[in-house]
Design a protein around this ligand. Structure first.
Ligand SMILES: NC(=O)c1ccc[n+]([C@@H]2O[C@H](COP(=O)([O-])OP(=O)(O)OC[C@H]3O[C@@H](n4cnc5c(N)ncnc54)[C@H](OP(=O)(O)O)[C@@H]3O)[C@@H](O)[C@H]2O)c1
Length: 345
């Protein structure tokens, strides 16, 4: 990004937004956007962020993405949008589905309409593995949000101009707000037993720094309507606990509480159908592979000669979805070193 550009981060006070701001303001002046707008609702979080990052380039707007007028005024003069605002607690969604729809689905639509009105150049939404074969309200809302983005991309693809829309999809960010790692660490520090849903459950593990690299890669190389995914390793909850036992040199007591409403045993990052439209490219930041899933409209217009063989490959094996049980499963030592990279234990 350049100092002549303006960036809007919706949900800029959340786990992702905070890490992104921290990264951007440390960049050399000629690589950081000259204006970074944070849009979120809670003044307290904005106040503490303002204190943590006293930087004239960051502007704060209190507002709710459910309000279309707020979205338009936040987007005035903006070149790039990173849309991170969301309600993301799975159990909350099961109890208050309409609230999740209002923020994650209708809020995303408001932002897309605002991007069209304000002539935004690139719009990136953060999505989740829970949007793939969704079984909970949060996942369903993010699946619909992805569809809103891809539909907007389809319209501009047909016109050959307008905002470029892309999706970045990843699994669990290590140590993000409300996730299991901070909960386990708190329980260990308070000498309580760990509340375990199901020890055999697997989850993708993704460091915040990897999320930042992936989003910045997409800012540089976004193509209309594509979904960008990083194939990550995973671990079981049992392995995660063993990793924490290694770190704290303790044998930790567990209490089985059973799977929570809306939870899956294993997650999927890429479906077999998406795999047929997927290509690997190199991340511009760390040269690691990034999977990019092309949209139906791109595949129709730019047919891929490999598509038939990929179709065969996708459906011949019993399971060609990319899931958290089939990816590389980390052992406790590997899990611990990834945890240390992404979270202060
Ligand atoms: N964390 C993960 O493991 C993970 C994994 C995959 C994808 N993602 C996706 O990544 C994005 C960012 O996640 P995160 O971990 O940074 O979430 P987070 O820490 O919970 O932050 C969410 C942000 O959204 C804001 N927000 C919520 N509702 C809003 C609304 N109606 N209007 C404006 N702002 C609103 C919150 O601030 P206020 O409450 O002050 O409004 C906060 O700044 C989300 O879209 C999530 O779905 C996260």
């Amino acid at each position: 990004m350049k100092p002549t550009q303006s960036l809007l981060i919706t949900g800029g006070t959340g786990s992702f937004g905070t890490k992104m701001l921290q990264y951007l303001i440390k960049l050399p002046l000629d690589q950081c956007p000259g204006r970074i707008v944070v849009l979120s609702r809670d003044e307290e979080k904005q106040f503490s962020q303002r204190c943590n990052f006293p930087d004239q380039r960051i502007k704060y707007i209190i507002g709710d993405i459910r309000d279309s007028k707020t979205c338009i005024s936040a987007m005035e003069g903006i070149d790039i949008v990173m849309h991170a605002a969301a309600l993301k607690q799975v159990p909350t969604g099961e109890s208050f589905p309409l609230e999740i729809v209002k923020t994650n689905v209708l809020g995303t639509n408001n932002l897309v309409e605002a991007a069209e009105i304000c002539g935004v150049k690139k719009f990136i939404i953060l999505s989740t593995d829970k949007a793939v074969y969704p079984i909970n309200v949060y996942g369903m809302s993010k699946a619909l949000a992805e569809k809103i983005i891809v539909a907007a991309a389809g319209k501009n693809f047909a016109k050959g101009k307008g905002t470029i829309y892309s999706v970045v999809r990843y699994g669990n960010i290590i140590g993000s707000r409300g996730s299991v790692i901070p909960l386990f660490v708190k329980q260990i520090k308070e000498k309580k037993e760990l509340t375990v849903t199901d020890a055999s459950m697997t989850r993708f593990l993704f460091a915040k720094s990897q999320a930042i690299a992936l989003v910045l890669h997409v800012v540089e190389s976004a193509k209309q309507g594509r979904i960008y995914v990083k194939k990550s390793p995973a671990c079981t909850i049992d392995t995660l606990i063993k990793a924490l036992e290694l770190h704290y040199a303790l044998r930790i007591k567990r209490r089985q509480i059973g799977i929570r409403p809306g939870e899956k045993i294993h997650e999927t990052l890429i479906t077999a159908e998406e795999n047929m439209r997927a290509k690997e490219e190199k991340c511009a930041f760390d040269n690691t592979p990034v999977t990019t899933i092309r949209s139906y409209f791109e595949c129709e217009i730019v047919p891929d000669i490999d598509v038939i063989s990929r179709y065969a490959k996708a459906f011949l094996p019993a399971n060609s979805d990319f899931t958290s049980k089939d990816t590389k499963l980390l052992n406790p030592k590997e899990t611990l070193s990834l945890l240390k990279e992404g979270y202060s234990l």
